[in-house]
Design a protein around this ligand. Sequence first.
Ligand SMILES: *Cc1c(COP(=O)(O)O)cnc(C)c1O
Length: 377
Amino acid sequence: MTSMLAVSQPRFVDLLPPTLQTIPEAIGKNVALARARTRSQIMAVVKADGYGHGAVTVARAAIAAGAEWLGTTDIAEASRLRAAGLTVPILTWLNPSGVDVEAAASSRIDVAVGSVDELEALLRQTSPTALRVHLNMDTGMAREGCPAHEWDALIARAREGERRGKVRLVGLMGHLPLADLADPAANAPAVSRMRQARTAVIAAGLDVPLTHLAATSGTLTDPATHFGMVRFGAGLVGIDPSGSTELHGASRLTAPIVHSAAVEAGTPVGYGGTYVTAHSTNLSILPVGYADGIPREISPEASVEIRERRYRVVARVSMDQIVIDTGAEHVPLGTTATVFGPEGGVAPTIRDWARWAGTIPHTIVTGIGPRVRRTIA
Ligand SMILES: *Cc1c(COP(=O)(O)O)cnc(C)c1O
């Protein structure tokens, strides 16, 4: 009796709220694909909350699949990984709030240094343990790395810091500006600069540091960029900026239908009435909008999956909701729609959403808002 009532009259508490489900198995498969392309160590880059997929979840899955290192942008992100019990080495490369050397050293969180000024700031602090540093050399990006004319000064200062027991040089890093082209010739100047930096470090009498240059695209397309370690980030969650490899989408974004209504032909829908129904039709509302990461500027092809079929997103994307035109189908309240999911299903993929929004998949996954519930498959 009770269950019949529940079936015919779903209560609001029965709605499954908007949910981003992370799929660890897919992350493991992506690490295996990277492993098949390189003999170097693999750093799992889990910045920006693991590209929106949950940093700890992604990190655990990547380590279980054989990744040896973790990488984040800053120490706050790295500390959360340590607090979750992850013990592998972690590198951070940009610390907007500065570096508490003692805290970083005692948590064994490595810090990349991209200028003499940054290194001096670290050397001014006192710490009972030496801070593990990686020299971050500009290999053609003019972003956070040290410009070539300053390399010798940086290396000399690092050597002095080592003698005084303040820092320990662990790594040498660069970053590839053109790896997405999937053309080894485009990477050659950066590879050559990385080799020069390495030679200069060794010539200064420092131990041979762990050298790392490649991110996802370099890992998948150009072994000459691998050196001792690759930094694999986007690829963990199925994004391949080089377009060379079929990786596995590692998440599914679902939302319940919270309202359905039949409307007449000629009905303007949403803000500005920018969409006017051509025929009598059914509209369904999903409680996710641009505050949840649904891009506001999308092409008319944008769609979601409901009960194994694709339906178009129509009208303007609101802050909290989108409207789906389900045509002749009246979709019951509480039915789950899939906004995106892994490749190979009926649901759109993250790549589809990036195309519809005229952006890259990275902005879709890192844009998923805090109201969306997170689960692990
Ligand atoms: C984000 C980032 C990476 C990872 O890049 P992907 O293309 O996402 O694999 C590697 N290194 C640095 C310095 C980064 O900022």
